[in-house]
Design a protein around this ligand. Structure first.
Ligand SMILES: Nc1ncnc2c1ncn2[C@@H]1O[C@H](COP(=O)(O)OP(=O)(O)OP(=O)(O)O)[C@@H](O)[C@H]1O
Ligand SMILES: [Mg+2]
Length: 432
């Protein structure tokens, strides 16, 4: 049975020698190698025309660089959203003025860093996977740009950014228990969809930073640069270079390179554990025995008496005990050393969904946050507090009252400003 992925026919043209400098590093991946290096060996180049022909029917827009500069105010730092292994991401706005026929909407434009570790293959995988699928829990790719060396991706804008930011960045208020459940169910549905299509896809990079949130905390998967076709026919696995992110990748995959959909299930278990505990999957700042989250938490997952010890303190006890126990037992299964004992993602969805209905949420004491002297906004709720926050008419305690008062726009600006300050010294100015 052939292990050649469905998009391989397109790849023999992807890496000309002039594009060698795109190959390949990644900020966090385990091995600094191209994710699709086993697909392409040819040096000829897939033309943008070939690509648009292959994507007929996908509804993707082909943008010029000039149009995307217009959409993002020349990639101004005021529009900067963040940066990952592929390159920087900018907020933009597209409408008829940018390109006739476009629906007016906010977008996120991801720009390949030509001096970075990823390249054309990751870009192409993203275009081909997201061009092929549409699903409520996969981020929508609106279009792309392929001009000379430049490679860009244009996505729907996800107003609440990544789950990683909400879990681990200081200036975001703590997510409520129900919001955490909702996010895990959404992300689980995205993975289940990929695993259950006619030609299953293994996502390979399931992690908190790749789960994006809309204004209502609906989760969508992003970043398909490492995605692979799953085993076909009688195959039990595919063999591939080990790629992914430390702490999230399944142990058997790291050891053998054998990849199955169950590798994604392990990564899902790790993210669920981050949602339960509020801790990062790997944290070198903690005592040695606590650095690897899965190892540290595993003994408590199947023991209701110990579970409280590992729950995120910022939940302040405001969670369903029965729900947390069910989630913990599910996480225990997902993190099983044996891939066969891990559940299918469709079973994960079926286990998680009923937990939203559990009624045993403790009633929190009313917390009055006195307005500061320079407070001009009274005690009105911010968007983010409304979406994430008070349930059943109760006000939720904030991590920090002053930070909780930031609007979404202010939050984005604040994040951008902080990241910009960090990056300013390293980043060369973008060509306007
Ligand atoms: N569609 C989008 N809408 C809003 N923000 C986005 C969107 N896509 C990415 N971002 C933001 O841009 C930042 C960088 O995202 P990116 O996916 O490039 O990197 P990452 O996930 O942090 O790292 P990695 O390269 O390991 O995946 C993130 O902080 C994310 O919140
Ligand atoms: Mg990402």
């Amino acid at each position: 049975m052939s292990t050649v992925p469905w998009w391989s026919a397109l790849l023999p043209g992807c890496c000309s020698s002039e594009h060698k400098r795109w190959a390949f590093k990644a900020t966090k991946p385990i091995e600094k190698q191209p994710s699709f290096s086993d697909i392409s060996t040819s040096n000829s180049m897939l033309s943008p025309e070939d690509l648009s022909v292959s994507l007929v029917g996908s509804n993707l827009h082909v943008f010029t660089l000039a149009e995307l500069k217009l959409a993002t105010k020349s990639f101004s730092m005021g529009n900067f959203l963040g940066e990952g292994g592929f390159g920087p991401v900018f907020k933009g706005f597209i409408d008829e003025k940018v390109k006739p026929g476009l629906k007016a909407q906010a977008v996120a434009v991801k720009l390949l860093d030509l001096d970075g570790g990823q390249g054309h293959k990751e870009w192409l995988a993203e275009v081909l996977v997201l061009g092929r699928f549409r699903h409520p829990h996969l981020v929508k790719l609106i279009g792309y740009c392929c001009e000379d060396e430049q490679r860009l991706l244009v996505y729907e804008f996800m107003p609440k950014g990544s789950l990683e930011n909400h879990l681990f960045k200081r200036f975001f208020e703590s997510l409520s228990w129900l919001t955490r459940l909702k996010i895990s169910i959404g992300a689980a549905k995205g993975l289940a969809f990929l695993h259950d299509t006619d030609k299953p896809v293994i996502y390979r990079d399931f992690k908190a930073s790749n789960i994006l949130l809309d204004s209502d905390y609906k989760a969508k998967l992003s970043d398909f640069g490492l995605a692979k076709d799953g085993p076909a026919g009688d195959e039990t696995h595919i063999t591939t270079r080990v790629m992914g992110t430390h702490g999230y990748a399944a142990p058997e995959y790291i050891m053998t390179g054998h990849l199955t959909a169950k590798s994604d299930v392990y990564s899902f278990g790790v993210v669920m554990l981050e949602l339960l505990t509020g801790r990062r999957c790997v944290d070198k700042a903690r005592p040695f025995r606590e650095q690897n989250l899965a190892e540290w938490a595993r003994p408590c997952l199947n023991d209701p008496r110990k579970l409280g010890r590992i729950m995120d303190p910022s939940l302040d006890g405001q969670y369903s005990t029965a729900g947390a126990q069910k989630v913990a037992a599910l996480v225990h299964q997902c993190l099983s050393q044996s891939p066969k004992r891990r559940p299918h993602m469709s079973a994960v969805v079926a286990t998680l969904e009923p937990l939203l209905e559990l009624e045993d949420l403790p009633v929190a004491p009313f917390v009055y946050v006195a307005p500061a002297d320079d407070d001009d906004g009274g005690d009105e709720l911010t968007d983010s507090m409304r979406d994430n926050g008070p349930r059943r008419g109760r006000r939720q305690k904030l991590r920090s009252p002053s930070e909780g008062k930031l609007s979404d726009a202010a939050l984005c600006r604040e994040v951008g400003n902080r990241l910009r300050r960090n990056l300013a010294s390293q980043q060369k100015p973008m060509d306007a």
